[in-house]
Ligand binder design. Structure first.
Ligand code: ADP
Ligand code: ZN
Length: 747
C-alpha cells in the first residue's frame, strides 16, 4: 500500500451533480480511514467492484481497518504496490450528502477528516458480518416420549404461538435446563432458525390523535408543517416561555415529517430529560423512537446506527453526537433548549451541535427547529436578521401563569455566618410547607464547599495536578478537583503548617445547602438533585418522578433542575446566589445568568397554582438582575446585542480560542510566542491575535496551558488563515494545540 499525497482538509470533493461513482474491480479508489493519518489512502477495488461511499475494510500494515470509499484514487504510485480492499461491509453506503457534511464540519472546525470519520462511525462491531442470532421455534416433529420438563417447554411455545426465542431464554421461561431444549431440537420438535440480531424499530403512527392545540400552538405547528412541505432547508426559532407547549408543537412537526416518509432527529441536552420525553413521544406516536446517547447499550447503539442507515429508524432522540448518524432521508432536526451549553463539545472535536445541525439540514434540505424559552444571543440575532423564522408562544398552557420575580437584597436581609438562606426566603419556604406545596432552592455549585482553608495559616487546599482549589464533597467524604477529577481525603491537619483541627469549609455547595435546609426545616422531606451524586440515569429518573409525585417538600439542586422538568406542586423557587454567574470576565456571563435564572424560575407554578421566584443578590440594581426581574426579555437581548456589537465579539465578530498545552512551561511558552510571531497571515485578513496569556486555569492534569485569542471581523475567511498558520508550525513532542472556533468557554 502507498500513501496518497492528497492532504486532507481542503475540499477535494465531489461537486454534486455528477453521478455517484462505481469503481470496477481493480480501479483505484481513495479510502478515508479513522486512523490518525493525515491523508486518504489509495486501494484497488475488490472483486465485484465497489460504490463510492461504501464502508470497507482495508489492510494497513499488518492490520485491517475500517474505511469509506471517498472517491477516485490519485494513481500517482506504482499500481503493483497498491493493495486491494479486503472486503465491503454489508451496511448502507455513506451518502454523498454525509460526505459533504463531514467535509464541511472538518473545514469549519479545523478537524482532520480521520477524526470526523471516527465521529461518524461510533458504533461497535461495524466490521463484523451482520450478526445473526440462533433462535428456536416450535417445529412439526413428535417427541419419542413426554417428560414433565418437555411438557413445560411445549406449553410455553404453544402459549406464545408463532414466537421464537433464544434457547437460553426459552429454557428460563419454561424453568428447565438447556439440555431439555437440545433434546427436543434433536427430535425435530423444536427447530433452530437464524434471524438478524439488529431488527428495525417499530413503525411510528403519526395519525394517532394529538392533544388539542390552543390557537397559537396550532398556528405555530401549521407554520412548521408548511416549511416541511416545501422540502427545502429552513430554520425556525420556536421561542416560548417554559410550559407554553413547545414540545407539543414540535411533535406535530415530527408527525408531518413522518407523513412525508422522512426521518427526524430530536436533540435533547440532557439524558435525564429523555425519559420524560420518551413517554410523551410514545403517547403521540404509539411507539418509542430510537435512542442514541451515552446511556444506551453497545448492542442498541449498533442497532440504531445500522437501522438509521437503512431507513428503519424513523426518529432518533439523542445527544449531540447523534448528528453524525447516517440518516438516509433526514427531513427535520429539533434542537430543544437550543441555548444549552452542553451542545458545545469541547473535547476531541470542538463543535457546536446546534450550529452543525443547521449546516447538516442546509445540505440535505431539512427543516430545523430551535426551541427555547431563552434562546442564545446568536439565534436571537439570526432571527432578527431574518435568517431564521421566529415563532413566539407567549403564554403558558392552561391556567398556568409565569411566576412573579422578587429580589431579596442581601445587604438588608443579611445572612448569618455560615448560612445561605435569608430570613425572607426561610419564611417563604415555611409558608409553602404549611400549604403542602414544594420549594426549590437553587445553587449552581456542586459538592459541599468550594474551598477548604486552614484557619491557622490561610492555606487553601489545591489540586496537585491543576491550578485549582479542591472542592469538598461530604457526601463522598473527600475533596475533589473539578478539573481533573482527582480526589483526596479531607485533611485533619493542614498540609502546609501542620496545625491540627483548624481546616474549615468555606462557602456553600448544594450539599452544604441541603445540610442547612435540614437544620432549618427539620420536618421537611428534602431531595437533592445534583449531577455529581453518582446517580445512575435510572436513579435520577426515579428521583425526578418522586419529586413530581409530591414525595419531597424541598428540592435542592444545581443546574440539573433548571432543564425542562415538570414539577406541578412547585410554587416557590429560591435562587441562593444570583450573582454567582456574573463574576468573571466571560463574554457570555450576562447571557448565561439571564438564561439560567429565567429557566430555574420557570420551574415554579407550572400547574394551576401561581409561583414566585426569590432571587438572593447583593446587587439588585445590576442591569442583568433588573432585566431578569422585570422580565424584559427583548430589551435585555437588545442591550446585550448592542454591547457585543460595539465590542466586535460574537455574534458580531468571529473568534477562535487557541490553547497550547504541554508538560514544560518554557516549551509551551515558546510555542505560543512563536505562534504570535508567525501570525502575519492572520493580521493580513484583518484578524487580531491576543496573548499569549496563561489560561485562567493555568495547569490541568499536570499540563501547563497558555491561551491565545483570535478575533476577526464578521465575514472574513478565518478558518483557511488559521489552517495555514497551524500548518506553518511544527509542534514539539508532547505539546498540543487546540483550536476552538466560536469558543463558548474560556477556562
Ligand atoms: P414547553 O416544552 O414549552 O416547556 P410543554 O410542551 O412541555 O411546554 O407543555 C407544558 C405542559 O402543558 C405539558 O405537561 C403539556 O403536556 C401540557 N400541554 C401543553 N399544551 C397542551 C395542549 N394543547 N393540550 C394539553 N396539554 C398541553
Ligand atoms: Zn486537578
Amino acid at each position: 500500500m502507498l500513501y496518497d499525497e492528497t492532504p486532507l482538509g481542503n475540499t477535494r470533493l465531489i461537486e454534486t451533480g455528477q453521478t455517484r461513482g462505481f469503481y470496477a474491480q481493480g480501479a483505484l479508489v481513495a479510502v478515508l480511514t479513522a486512523q490518525p493519518l493525515d491523508r486518504f489512502l489509495d486501494y484497488k477495488a475488490p472483486e465485484g467492484g465497489v460504490m463510492q461511499g461504501a464502508y470497507v475494510e482495508v489492510p494497513l500494515g499488518p492490520r485491517k481497518v475500517l474505511g469509506v470509499v471517498w472517491g477516485a484514487g490519485e494513481g500517482k504510485f506504482d499500481p503493483a504496490k497498491i493493495r486491494k480492499i479486503s472486503n465491503v461491509l454489508d451496511v448502507a453506503p455513506m451518502r454523498e450528502e454525509m460526505q459533504i457534511f463531514l467535509q464541511k464540519v472538518a473545514d469549519y472546525t479545523l478537524t482532520p477528516m480521520t477524526a470526523m470519520l471516527r465521529l461518524a462511525t461510533r458504533a461497535p462491531g461495524l466490521t463484523n458480518p451482520p450478526s445473526m442470532q440462533r433462535v428456536v421455534a416450535l417445529g412439526s416433529g413428535q417427541p419419542d416420549r413426554m417428560t414433565p420438563a418437555r411438557e413445560k417447554v411445549l406449553a410455553v411455545l404453544e402459549e406464545q404461538e408463532g414466537q421464537h426465542f433464544m434457547p437460553s431464554e426459552l429454557a428460563q421461561m419454561a424453568g428447565v435446563t438447556p439440555s431439555v431444549i437440545k433434546g427436543l431440537v434433536k427430535q425435530g420438535v423444536i427447530v433452530e432458525l437464524e434471524t438478524p440480531r439488529d431488527v428495525p424499530y417499530p413503525k411510528l403512527d403519526p395519525s394517532l390523535p394529538s392533544k388539542t392545540l390552543t390557537p397559537s400552538q396550532a398556528s405555530a405547528a401549521t407554520q412548521l408543517q408548511a416549511h416541511l412541505q416545501t422540502g427545502a432547508y429552513q430554520t425556525t426559532l420556536l421561542k416560548g416561555v417554559t410550559g407554553s407547549g413547545k414540545t407539543e408543537v414540535y411533535l406535530e412537526a415530527v408527525a408531518e415529517c413522518l407523513r412525508q416518509g422522512r426521518q427526524a432527529l430530536v436533540l435533547l441536552p440532557e439524558i435525564a430529560l429523555t425519559v420524560e420525553f420518551l413517554d410523551r413521544f410514545e403517547t403521540r406516536f404509539g411507539r418509542r423512537p430510537a435512542e442514541w446517547h451515552s446511556g444506551v447499550t453497545m448492542t442498541e447503539r449498533r442497532r440504531c446506527w445500522r437501522m438509521v442507515g437503512q431507513g428503519d429508524a424513523q426518529v432518533v432522540v439523542g445527544a449531540r453526537s447523534s448528528l453524525y448518524l447516517p440518516f438516509q432521508n433526514l427531513g427535520l432536526i429539533i434542537v430543544d433548549e437550543e441555548h444549552d451549553t452542553s451542545y458545545k463539545q469541547e473535547d476531541g472535536v470542538f463543535y457546536s451541535a446546534r450550529d452543525m445541525a443547521v449546516m447538516r439540514a442546509s445540505i440535505c434540505g431539512a427543516s430545523v427547529v430551535l426551541a427555547s424559552a431563552t434562546p442564545s444571543l446568536e439565534t436571537w440575532v439570526n432571527a432578527k436578521a431574518g435568517k431564521y423564522t421566529r415563532i413566539d408562544l407567549e403564554k403558558r398552557f392552561g391556567a398556568a401563569e409565569l411566576p412573579d420575580m422578587c429580589a431579596i437584597d442581601l445587604r438588608e436581609d443579611a445572612l448569618e455566618t455560615g448560612r445561605w438562606i435569608s430570613s425572607t426566603l426561610v419564611s417563604q419556604v415555611n409558608a409553602r410547607l404549611e400549604l403542602g406545596e414544594q420549594s426549590l432552592l437553587f445553587l449552581n455549585r456542586r459538592g459541599y464547599a468550594p474551598l477548604t482553608v486552614c484557619r491557622a495559616c490561610g492555606e487553601q487546599v489545591g489540586c496537585d495536578h491543576c491550578d485549582a482549589r479542591m472542592v469538598e464533597h461530604r457526601f463522598h467524604a473527600h475533596l475533589m478537583c473539578h478539573q481533573c477529577g482527582e480526589t483526596k481525603p479531607i485533611p485533619e491537619k493542614c498540609p502546609s503548617c501542620g496545625v491540627e483541627g483548624r481546616m474549615a469549609a468555606v462557602g456553600p455547595g448544594v450539599e452544604r445547602l441541603a445540610e442547612e435546609a435540614a437544620d432549618r426545616f427539620p420536618d421537611a422531606r428534602i431531595s437533592v438533585l445534583s449531577s455529581d451524586m453518582s446517580l445512575s440515569a435510572r436513579a435520577l429518573k426515579s428521583r425526578i418522578a418522586e419529586i413530581a409525585n409530591g414525595e419531597a417538600d424541598i428540592i435542592i439542586g444545581t443546574q440539573l433542575v433548571a432543564k425542562g422538568h415538570n414539577f406541578p406542586l412547585l410554587t416557590c423557587v429560591g435562587v441562593i446566589d444570583c450573582d454567582l454567574g456574573l463574576q468573571g470576565g466571560d463574554l457570555r456571563a450576562a447571557e448565561r445568568t439571564f438564561q439560567l435564572i429565567r429557566q430555574v424560575a420557570g420551574r415554579a407554578g407550572r400547574a394551576e397554582k401561581k409561583g414566585v421566584a426569590y432571587l438572593q443578590t447583593h446587587q439588585p440594581e445590576h442591569p442583568v438582575i433588573k432585566a431578569i426581574i422585570a422580565g424584559e426579555e427583548d430589551e435585555f437581548w437588545q442591550a446585550e446585542a448592542a454591547s457585543r456589537e460595539q465590542a466586535g465579539v460574537p455574534p458580531y465578530g468571529r473568534m477562535a480560542g487557541i490553547v497550547i498545552t504541554g508538560p514544560e512551561l518554557s516549551v509551551v511558552s515558546n510555542v505560543a510566542q512563536h505562534l504570535v510571531r508567525t501570525s502575519i497571515g492572520l493580521r493580513q485578513i484583518g484578524a487580531e491575535v491576543y496573548g499569549p496569556a496563561p489560561a485562567p486555569i493555568a495547569r490541568v492534569r499536570g499540563k501547563h496551558r497558555i491561551r491565545l485569542l483570535v478575533k476577526a471581523p464578521k465575514g472574513v475567511m478565518l478558518q483557511p488563515a488559521l489552517a495555514a498558520w497551524r500548518a506553518g508550525i511544527r509542534l514539539p513532542n508532547n505539546v498540543r494545540m487546540n483550536i476552538d472556533i466560536d469558543p463558548q468557554s474560556f477556562y
